[in-house]
Design a protein around this ligand. Sequence first.
Ligand code: ZN
Ligand code: ZN
Length: 256
Amino acid sequence: MFLFKKNVDKSMLYVGIAIPKHIQSSIEMLYCGGIPKGETKDIQLVVDGLTYDAIITKYNTSVEMMQIHYGAKSAVAVKLRCIFKYTDQQISMNHLIAEEKREYAGIYIENSQLHFECVALDDIENECEHTLTMDEQAIENYYEMKDTTAHYEFKEKVSKFRKVNQDIIENLKQLYDCRCQICGEIVGLECGTKVSQAHHIKYFSKSLNNDSDNIVILCPNHHALIHNQNPIFDRQQKKFIFPNGYVAELKLNKHL
Ligand SMILES: [Zn+2]
Ligand SMILES: [Zn+2]
């Protein structure tokens, strides 16, 4: 089960990560009886197939706060700095990291354990060679397509990038039950299906930004219209403003 995407930062490489509120209960279910406030539990993390020790703390605060900790010298921190060496180097030199070079991990629960699927700069660059010549809509299609026919080695080689990014999109579609955020419709119900598409507010081909706050879920008509007319998205008011002045507000919004 996919939980969330974590962009790599200094804390992740040296200290640990905070667990977003909406997935705390899924994580607690892993540990019998949950985690009482103010308590700490020993846990295991699986990073790229290897298992490491860490601890998880639920703080005794009014705001629900839960964190996974490991020391800077722990085996898991060393492993993460080895995988994400690009981010580690940039941080140590106080450099800002370009959006299209941001490394990240997909955090999953599999076989009752927490897994980190690490997407490092190499994975991003390898994957993006495939999409160099595609336009934005073709790229968006490509990442939404669940390729069940690809043979095993191919999947193993390219899958981390695609897996994590497809799961982010899938989670958002589930959040809206495949409804278009502009018109609220679900397309395809009468045929026994639901068709919706993920649109990247800042074009994915330029930003490689597949964070949920860069994505809106749309019906195929509204998606085509947006690529046809290139409206500006007003983030504050959550609306698309078309070149002729037409305004399409988001009827549904749970995540922006
Ligand atoms: Zn629509
Ligand atoms: Zn799009």
